[in-house]
Design a protein around this ligand. Sequence first.
Ligand SMILES: *Cc1c(COP(=O)(O)O)cnc(C)c1O
Length: 288
Amino acid sequence: MERHVVFLEDYDTVISRYMVKGCDIWLNTPIKPMEASGTSGMKAALNGTLNLSILDGWFDEAFDGTNGFAIGHGEEYANTDEQNIIEASSLYDLLEQVIVPMFYDRSNLGRVPDKWVTYMKSCIKSIAWNFSTTRMVKEYATRYYLPAIKNYKILTTENAKNASMLYQWKNSIRSNWGEVEIIDVSTEQDSEFFVGKSIHVSARVHLGNLTTEDVVVQVFYGTVNHEGELIDTGFKDLNLTKSEEHLHHYEGEYICNGTGNQGFTIRVLPTHKLLVNSADMHLCAWAQ
Ligand SMILES: *Cc1c(COP(=O)(O)O)cnc(C)c1O
């Protein structure tokens, strides 16, 4: 095997340019979820070079079944030895049974590997326009940088009066959060469940010294996997329907979109118009 591996010293954009346009297959084998992005695979794809990769980083988003080849199904392993064995055999199986036969199938008159070329076209078509620096910079700017500048202005104006208000609000949330508790959760019983069905849920929440203005109560739902965890999740805000003393009633609906074992739970998060994201405070109360 060693005789077929070449180590390129001083890898730089000049060497890289030859590689991305001269290769047929771009192999990428990170240990999921360690791949930050995988930029080189995007550069290869722009040149019609097909990716053969673990479903991690950018390729997990880009892979559609006909624009490259995926090693495994995007699963994560607790045991690295087991992972290496499974992924290595998946890689060799793919090469032997799919990739090499497709690449060398030149049975037509023009001696062109038709199916391979279809994959190359599908690769450029689905990836080139979407995985670009232009899109990335635009997205960073509109989703994060511009809102951040706007927030900075709001917080610092008039001697930073909003910043000190937010600071005080955060302190009060932190010191009172221990009292936040979901007392009970209920949903309609004895009814039939099917995909597309709207499911009604309600919860009673105790907020102690906090008010209903300080929090958002959400239903968090998804498919229950073999380990009992929710995957392919979504969430929706519930509406406040009634308050009695310190007990608040919330209700709402969500649409059941998956098949198999489905589940939901309820959570409470702090919310404030100056808080960029409810997750920023690292506070969340879950139903028990
Ligand atoms: C593309 C490129 C990288 C990034 O490669 P990854 O495989 O995404 O880590 C690094 N260095 C050079 C010179 C490149 O052209």
